[in-house]
Design a protein around this ligand. Structure first.
Ligand code: CP3
Length: 367
């Protein structure tokens, strides 16, 4: 695969292009389905392969990352319509020179978070994306080859505001004390950082497509921490810039554009703006009533989502009822719709509950 990498690659022919057709706004026979965090700790085979290895080490090993990426496709054979490359949003801060560790049962930890604008000196704004994230492109090329055209491979990255949160807070937080101090005390320096992350994100996404990614998703996981007005200042402009520049960069590289999805968790107030932000798909969390989102959208984009993942802790009957409610709410799902959860799977979920969910999505979505 190393010989293929970097050249014009002849990947195996795609057998299931349902998600790509749905993303382009075509009428489909049933809505495609995939799950955020579909690869990971709820699958026993994930633990078998990962063992005691460091999380980022598994991402950087193309053989292991590709195996973990394909695990949910194999596990639920035929029921999932896309694979998402096994990696993390925090690889952009790493490429920009920051040290991040993944601590077991705690989450990500930055060794030296950015606490004042002085610290921007430590950020590499002209990171060599091709070189720093070379491992990610190799993993994508190998995974696309190994998938053998079964389903499309999705690439992704973190959105600038969400990555800025991690780079400044240094890990998870409930109150966002430090990053909020930045936007309210140092708005211009905040914008400089957001712009720098945007530049890296554009290149990273375009090179993921060059390596074999067939669709892209941008995760603005902390969108809902911003007020509606601040979202317009510190998130939306950069999301739009990414949507505008990735296709231009792909053209420069001699590549066709691919569908792009934006997921701004918690930013319900921005749905109308997100439908006009240049993305093909807008992913929704469970705060939206599907019917309301459909009305706001007015067929501008394909909507994705939005079941509360915790429904998986309910009974089979509850899962069935919720799937019926959701798909009906999205107008039956044959147009402008991709089924997903409103956020990622949890490590405690039972794979058999998820299988029931997927089977019901196929059944109800085909009616
Ligand atoms: O299956 C997939 O969705 C692909 C892989 C993927 C991971 N992280 C693997 C992962 C994707 C798309 C992400 C994105 C990601 N990472 C986001 C955006 C989506 C979201 O959840 O809002 C965010 C915020 C992160 C940052 C991150 N990575 C956190 C906060 C944590 C720790 C929390 C946790 O769940 O433990 C991670 C670790 C992480 N990323 C794991 C996985 C499978 C768990 C690592 C392990 O095995 O211990």
């Amino acid at each position: 695969y190393l010989e293929l990498y970097g050249q014009v690659m002849n990947f195996p022919e795609l057998k299931n292009d349902l998600i790509l057709r749905a993303a382009r706004g075509e009428t489909v026979e049933r809505p495609p389905v995939w799950l955020m965090r579909q690869a990971g700790r709820y699958l026993p085979e994930y633990h078998e392969v990962k063992g005691g290895r460091d999380f980022f080490e598994t991402c950087r090993d193309a053989e292991i990352a590709s195996e973990i990426t394909i695990q949910p496709i194999d596990h639920f054979d035929g029921l999932i319509d896309a694979a998402i490359i096994f990696s993390d949003i925090l690889v952009i801060p790493q490429a920009m020179g920051m040290d991040v560790q993944m601590i077991d049962k705690v989450g990500p930890r930055f060794t030296d978070p950015l606490r004042t604008p002085e610290d921007l000196k430590r950020v590499n704004f002209s990171a060599d994306v091709k070189k720093e994230l070379d491992w990610a492109f190799k993993a994508i090329t190998l995974t696309r080859t190994k998938l053998n055209g079964r389903v499309p491979l999705l690439g992704f990255c973190g959105a600038p505001w969400t990555l800025m949160c991690y780079m400044i807070e240094g890990g998870g937080t409930k109150i966002f004390r430090f990053v909020k101090e930045w936007i309210f005390k140092y708005p211009e320096e905040s914008k400089r950082l957001l712009k720098g992350i945007t530049d890296v994100a554009v290149e990273f996404l375009a090179l993921q497509v060059q390596a074999g990614a067939q669709m892209l998703q941008i995760f603005e996981s902390w969108g809902g921490e911003l007020s509606a007005d601040d979202f317009e200042i510190f998130s939306l402009p950069y999301l739009k810039e990414i949507a505008e520049r990735v296709p231009l960069r792909l053209k420069e590289l001699g590549l066709e554009k691919v569908p792009m999805t934006v997921f701004a968790k918690g930013s319900w107030y921005a749905l109308d703006q997100l439908c006009d932000s240049g993305y093909d798909c807008v992913s929704l969390d469970w705060l939206y009533r599907p019917e309301d989102a459909v009305k706001v959208n007015k067929n501008r984009v394909t909507l994705q989502g939005n079941l509360d993942p915790c429904v998986m802790y309910g009974s089979r009957e509850t899962i069935t009822k919720e799937v019926e409610r959701m798909i009906k709410g999205f107008g039956g799902g044959k147009k402008h719709y991709i089924v997903n959860f409103g956020h990622g799977t949890h490590p405690f979920m039972e794979p058999e509950q998820i299988r029931h969910f997927l089977e019901e999505v196929h059944r109800v979505g085909s009616l």
